[in-house]
Design a protein around this ligand. Structure first.
Ligand code: COA
Length: 163
């Protein structure tokens, strides 16, 4: 169950709502297209959705799933597990809106900091995270299956829940 208020002012009348088991097939299809080297298997989404420490949302436009995102929150630390928008819907603020929502959600669950991993060759996502208050704190060399490094980024939430 989500704790924070979902946004209602998204571009093009898109709707952000909690992900359910019924969404997994569509989300997995998008996942294969968006992360060809590192796509999660269906079982991973199933395990994530059934875990109470997780919060997952989908972005829906005209009945179609065009984006999704999820976070894990344990004690004072949260992780952005995944975030994605289909390429034809990029640049309309959807990525930012999902990230902002997850920050509010994990803050409501008592997180004081949020961590995430991002591919070193994904400047677009890194920009979004920097502009959302994340700092690069560590690099994991050759973390991804194709040998690309992971940047570990952190955002402090305490007192800045609405950043
Ligand atoms: C990263 C991703 C989620 C961003 O989603 P999005 O909906 O395009 O993001 P937004 O429209 O909210 O834009 C985010 C920022 O990028 C900027 N931006 C928008 N369009 C842009 C473009 N064409 N080129 C560069 N920057 C752009 C915006 O100004 C915005 O910054 P701001 O919020 O400070 O104004 C999306 O590109 C994506 O799914 N990529 C593929 C999967 C991926 O890489 N996921 C992240 C894995 S760690």
């Amino acid at each position: 169950m989500l704790e924070a208020q979902l946004p209602t002012d998204l571009a093009d009348g898109a709707i952000l709502r909690e992900m359910t088991l019924h969404d997994i097939e569509a989300v997995h299809t998008a996942e294969l297209a968006l992360f060809p080297a590192d796509a999660w298997p269906v079982e991973m989404f199933l395990a994530e959705l059934t875990h109470p420490s997780r919060a997952y949302v989908v972005l829906e436009l005209d009945g179609k799933i065009i984006g999704y995102a999820g976070a894990m929150s344990v004690a004072d630390t949260a992780d952005i597990q995944t975030i994605a928008v289909l390429p034809e819907y990029e640049g309309r603020g959807f990525g930012r809106a999902m990230l902002d929502f997850l920050h509010r959600e994990v803050a409501a669950r008592q997180a004081e900091r949020v961590l995430l991993e991002v591919r070193a060759d994904n400047p677009r996502a890194q920009d979004l995270y920097r502009r959302s208050g994340y700092e690069h704190i560590h690099t994991r060399p050759h973390y991804y299956r194709d040998g690309v490094d992971a940047l570990i980024m952190q955002k402090r939430l305490k007192g800045t829940e609405n950043d």
